[in-house]
Design a protein around this ligand. Structure first.
Ligand code: UDP
Length: 455
């Protein structure tokens, strides 16, 4: 009798915020490109439609949370999500089975570790997906295991797999637990069950953090699969893959026309991502720094942050700078006019700057951003971190100094050269035979091989 060919099928379960959905969509596109059927399971409020890239979208429930998840009361939200998500994900897997599209693996965001239990209930593979660097993973893993005690009392921390870190290099949730109740629980909780997970994907590049990746591999099946940036900015093998496919904010079209009129490497691009809420004084310092540096600039100020801009600044700046509520960041970073990126060092923005070869001035706001900033400055050597004063504000002189140093200081050429090197390396990682490509291919081969985790 002829054997019916089963197409390997993965359900992808992201945490429903932009910085987690984008990397997991991009990973899904790579899987689909290699012949895997993908079902992307998101909460109802996420406006996503990727069926064109061979990915079907289904909804699951997080208990009906309404609002900005960055503001959610973490322990309660996660508890409700775990309950509602476990139920609705189980129903989804059952439904797909009944429709003749049985699932082989659940790729779950490490923020949602219960994804592994659901996978196991159905006898499926379970794969964790981490949206932060291996280095940051090491810090949280040590806390999860009780090997790094919080609060950290030492001035300098020495952890295997990492360079020596100052307290100011640690994620904000580790440095100041009280300011972020429940967040450390969430971040360290990512490692729940991870040693039993069949695969542990990290949106990073082996060559960017070899030592850290090798260290983690002793404890879990880590596979770096990044950078999860649309293929047309990297290896160009997925010819339709030009953007992420999800924008929770609407990009302003005029940016690219405006950039077109600027000279090569002349523009300062400033963005703090999708969540940061800056102090009014911080906005003021940034505005003053831009006046002092006297260079063209493109500044993303989200609508809800706009009222914090100094009075008349937008009018005064017109001609010299452009302020927009959101921009197509990848296109912007890829543009020849950009000379430097003043960034909060969110992991996606950092990877994008590394992949597109743009030197950075790091102004971390929260979460893992300070750790990413440390690596940008001291390990990848393609930028500077602007440090805050005692009041926690990064002053205009410090900002202006860093921007000038990165754009035209004595090490500007070296930083550009490093930026070029990382650009080549990240592209090579996802191109055929590169470290990330091989890791993805290995996973795909296991899926296509049709084995079961217990076999
Ligand atoms: N982004 C964008 N347009 C903007 C600002 C940001 O498309 O004007 C994108 C950026 O390319 C990145 C994401 O939003 O992919 C921000 O993610 P990141 O991890 O850097 O920061 P988060 O928003 O999670 O703090």
């Amino acid at each position: 009798m002829e054997k019916i060919q089963h197409r390997a099928h993965c359900v992808i379960l992201p945490y429903p915020v932009q910085g987690h959905i984008n990397p997991m969509i991009q990973f899904s596109k790579r899987l689909a490109h290699k012949g895997i059927a993908v079902t992307f399971a998101v909460t109802e409020d996420i406006p996503i439609n990727e069926s064109s890239a061979g990915i079907s979208v289904e909804t699951i429930s997080d208990g009906g949370y309404v609002g900005n998840r960055a503001d959610a009361k973490m322990p309660e939200y996660l508890h409700i999500f775990r309950k509602a998500g476990t139920e609705s994900l189980s129903k989804l897997i059952q439904k797909l089975r009944e429709e003749g599209r049985p699932v082989d693996c659940v790729v779950y965001d490490a923020f949602l570790p219960w994804g592994l239990s659901v996978a196991r209930d159905f006898g499926l593979f379970g794969a964790a997906f981490f949206t932060q660097s291996c280095c940051v993973n090491i810090i949280y893993y040590n806390i999860f295991k009780g090997l790094l005690r919080v609060p950290v009392l030492e001035k300098e921390i020495s952890v295997a797999g990492l360079p020596a870190l100052a307290v100011s290099d640690l994620p904000s949730f580790v440095r100041d637990q009280e300011a972020h109740p429940g967040s450390l629980e969430l971040l360290a909780g990512q490692f729940e069950g991870v040693e039993d997970s069949d695969f542990v994907f990290v949106n990073s590049v082996y060559e960017l953090e070899e030592e850290a990746t090798d260290w983690l591999r002793k404890f879990m099946s880590v596979k770096t699969i990044g950078p999860t940036i649309p293929s047309m900015y990297l290896d160009k093998r997925l010819t339709h893959d030009k953007n992420y496919g999800l924008n929770l904010f609407k990009p302003i079209d005029t940016c690219m026309e405006w950039l077109q009129q600027q000279s090569p490497k002349s523009v300062i691009y400033i963005s703090f991502g999708s969540m940061a809420k800056l102090e009014e004084q911080q906005m003021d310092e940034l505005a003053t720094a831009l006046k002092i540096t006297d260079k063209p600039f493109l500044w993303v100020v989200r609508s809800e942050e706009e009222s914090k801009l100094p009075e008349n600044f937008t009018e005064e700046a017109s001609g010299k700078g452009l302020i927009v509520s959101w921009c197509p960041q990848l296109e912007v970073l890829a543009h020849d006019a950009i000379g430097c990126f003043v960034t909060h060092c969110g992991w996606n923005s950092t990877l994008e700057a590394l992949s597109l070869g743009v030197p950075m001035v790091a102004v971390p706001w929260w979460s893992d951003q300070a750790t990413n900033a440390k690596f940008v400055m001291d390990v990848w050597k393609m930028g500077l971190r602007a440090f805050p004063n005692e009041g926690g504000i990064v002053g205009h002189e410090e900002l202006a100094r860093c921007v000038k140093y990165v754009m035209e200081g004595e090490r500007a050429v070296e930083m550009r050269e490093n930026a070029r090197k990382w650009k080549e390396l990240t592209k090579g990682a996802v191109d055929e035979g590169g470290t990330s490509d091989r890791n993805i291919q290995e996973f795909v081969s296991t899926m296509i091989g049709g084995a079961r985790p217990q076999e």
